[in-house]
Design a protein around this ligand. Structure first.
Ligand SMILES: Nc1nc2c(ncn2[C@@H]2O[C@H](COP(=O)(O)OP(=O)(O)OP(=O)(O)O)[C@@H](O)[C@H]2O)c(=O)[nH]1
Length: 229
């Protein structure tokens, strides 16, 4: 899937950028927030209704020998400013009983997409606990993005968009509302992560600095402006 689209960032990759490196990206969040659905939407461009179980044979099952918290992974190539960024995306199961198995996976993650469900207050309230866990087990410079998923379910919304934004600002992370059902902002979330990782890998003194939060905000404004055109 070629995700390149016009945007404001035109910096090239520096000499150290290695397009063959896989950038490990993990989806985390409470059970049922839509992690698998988001990945399926990104991978296949479609929404498959109903919960996925750990036994559903999509992709690649990672056996831990115990409970399998990390279920499958998907390699995706995202084209950013003409360069290929390879994301190795790990889907995880949100149930509490699998959590201890996950910590090892955080350690070498370069990016984490942290999801809550805008129709589920508990999933939003648990974001702080997820962030505490991430800060404890992940690398200090891991790229984190907060996603309020199921944005299509407006009649059942209990978490306002402003609440997601406020929480994200408090932790200094970018924020998007997404819908795995309609595809809203799904590509943008992964594209922003890929751009940040590419920027970090190729950072050089003469390159304009890239700020993922500014990028996400500018793209959000662009899509809200253009959806009315
Ligand atoms: N309307 C709507 N439903 C969604 C969306 N994302 C997921 N769902 C539904 O929410 C339920 C849970 O989705 P999953 O993708 O299985 O959630 P998960 O976070 O992977 O859950 P665990 O595997 O238990 O951690 C399913 O019934 C999905 O069809 C969305 O954006 N909009």
């Amino acid at each position: 899937m070629d995700l390149q689209r016009p945007d404001s960032y035109q910096g090239g990759a520096g000499p150290d950028f290695n397009e063959h490196v896989l950038h490990k990206t993990i989806l985390v969040g409470d059970s049922g927030v839509g992690k698998t659905s988001l990945l399926v939407q990104f991978d296949q461009g479609k929404f498959i209704p109903g919960s996925f179980s750990a036994t559903v044979g999509i992709g690649f099952t990672v056996s831990t020998g115990r409970y399998c918290r990390v279920r499958w992974l998907q390699n995706k190539v995202v084209t950013v400013d003409g360069m290929r960024v390879k994301l190795q995306i790990w889907d995880t199961a949100g149930q509490e009983r699998f959590r201890s198995v996950t910590h090892a996976y955080y350690r070498d993650a370069q990016a984490l997409l942290l999801l809550y469900d805008i129709t589920n207050k508990a999933s939003f309230d648990n974001i702080r606990a997820w962030l505490t866990e991430i800060h404890e087990y992940a690398q200090r410079d891991v790229v984190i993005m907060l996603l309020g998923n199921k944005a299509d379910m407006s009649s059942e919304r209990v978490i306002r968009s402003e609440d997601g934004e406020t929480l994200a600002r408090e932790y200094g992370v970018p924020f998007l509302e997404t819908s795995a059902k309609t595809g809203m902002n799904v590509e943008l979330a992964f594209l922003a992560i890929a751009k940040e990782l590419k920027y970090r890998a190729g950072q050089s003194a003469d390159e304009p600095s890239f700020q993922i939060r500014d990028y996400v905000e500018s793209q959000k404004k662009r899509s809200s402006c253009c959806s009315f055109v």
